[in-house]
Design a protein around this ligand. Structure first.
Ligand code: ZN
Length: 441
């Protein structure tokens, strides 16, 4: 097994000579220096940070642990003050990403990147993807593109630098047509969203056995049941990537040990905090907080991502010292009278069924009760539709939160039906749909 390529990348970024691997002390010195530069830039050029960091003494930061003395930044700040967070003139901005925050009336978040910021993303992608591809491979990128700065374009640029050929296809709409293209072009690696790549693995028309050498899945979270199904279908390693627009797309990527994402710590500093914003002990679950260390356009300082995960404490089997992030939990949670219904738990259960391509959960309030409906998309032809609804009900009966809500008489699983007219509900942000005025968090 090869060590994560991020080890060498980080050593070069830190300026370590020759074969020295980055160790916690050298990484911390580097991160502290970069944090100091980021704070100085933010206080000098951004009206938002001038106010927010007014009482902060940058000389008081003696170690990265002292970062807890800095105030948080929230998605609300990004929605309300993004232009004031800029540290460069708007003329230097090469890409703006607008993201809808939760709630239909909420102001969107805007995140700005300079060309240098975009370059850092391509560099991270190039290095991180060395874990899954070798020069000469042909990779299909099933992500939005190909505009400058889009994830598809940045991944393709990164792949080009390490000698791979990249085809940016965009999102999958017709799996059969994509499979034909994969076969025609001799594609041997796929990068895409979990449900979308799963549809290719389960489609009746097959890719030749042994053709796909590796897969990289990225998205807001990656269900284990999907990773395992793809691994079984193609008998190839399935790597996981963690990233958000706010991380500059790339955030962390698995090495060949396939056991948690090594983080992009030359560009980003990660913390895990509890609900009150206090740091948790290593290994404990909490919210991921990130600070950009090298971004110029719009630095983020202690940004609360809303994503939940934990640092893995055991050393990685690849031998690297670099920290790893466990699987990120799904964000779609529906609260019924204090009981959590989680889409990630339903994903783990339902995607175990070989005939399922995708499904959508909606909850409807009726008087004092909630009705759950599930529309599913089955594998055409091969799927045996009759009985799949029962199989889904059976899988769901093993989820404790759902059982609790049903036992208390608050929730009933109303309708489980096959929906054949549409394949993907929303492949990028899958979520439990609210059909009336029930409260979603
Ligand atoms: Zn590793």
């Amino acid at each position: 097994m090869e060590m994560t390529p991020l080890d060498e990348w980080m050593a070069a970024k830190i300026g370590l000579a020759g074969k020295d691997a980055p160790n916690p002390a050298s990484l911390q010195d580097y991160q502290l220096a970069m944090l100091g530069k980021t704070l100085a830039l933010a206080r000098k050029n951004s009206p938002f940070y001038q106010r927010r960091l007014r009482d902060v003494d940058p000389h008081a930061l003696k170690s990265m642990a002292d970062i807890t003395g800095l105030p948080f930044t929230s998605p609300g700040d990004l929605a309300a003050s993004s232009l004031e967070m800029l540290c460069v003139s708007q003329g230097e901005i090469a890409r703006v990403v607008t993201l809808q925050t939760s709630g239909t009336t909420a102001t969107p978040k805007r995140i700005y990147f300079t060309l240098d910021d975009l370059e850092l993303t391509a560099d991270f992608f190039a290095q991180g993807m060395k874990a899954l591809v070798k020069p000469g491979q042909r990779v299909m990128v099933l992500m939005p593109g190909p505009n400058l700065g889009s994830v598809g374009e940045r991944v393709a640029t990164g792949l080009g630098r390490i000698g791979c050929e990249a085809v940016v296809h965009g999102l999958v709409e017709d799996p059969g047509q994509v499979i034909e293209k994969i076969n025609d072009l001799g594609i041997d690696c796929l990068i895409g969203l979990p449900v979308q790549v799963l549809s290719l693995a389960r489609w009746p028309r097959k890719i030749a056995p042994g053709q796909i050498k590796s897969v990289l899945l990225s998205g807001d979270y990656v269900p284990r049941s999907i990773t395992e199904a793809i691994n079984r279908a193609w008998n190839c390693p399935v790597f996981n990537h963690y990233g958000l627009t706010e991380t500059g797309l790339g955030g962390g990527v698995e090495c060949q040990a396939l056991d948690g994402c090594h983080l992009r710590e030359a560009d980003l500093y990660f913390e895990i905090v509890d609900r009150q914003g206090r740091p948790v002990e290593d290994g404990c679950q909490g919210e991921i907080v990130l600070t950009t260390l090298t971004r110029r356009g719009m630095p983020l300082i202690r940004y609360r991502t809303g994503d939940v995960s934990r640092f893995l404490t055991e050393r990685c089997a690849c031998g690297s010292n670099l920290r790893r992030l466990d699987r990120v939990r799904g964000r779609s949670v529906y609260k019924l009278e204090g009981i959590e219904l989680r889409l990630d738990e339903m994903d783990e259960a339902i995607f175990q069924l070989d005939d399922i391509l995708d499904f959508e959960v909606s909850i409807q309030r009726q008087d004092n009760k909630y009705l759950m409906n599930i529309g599913f998309w089955a594998v055409p032809g091969g799927g045996f539709y009759y009985g799949l609804d029962l199989a889904i009900r059976e899988k769901l009966s093993k989820i404790p939160g759902l059982n609790q809500a049903r036992a208390q008489g608050i929730l009933s699983l109303n309708n489980v039906f096959s929906s054949s007219n549409k394949l993907f509900s929303n492949p990028i942000k899958r979520k439990i749909k609210r059909e009336s005025y029930a409260q979603e968090h």
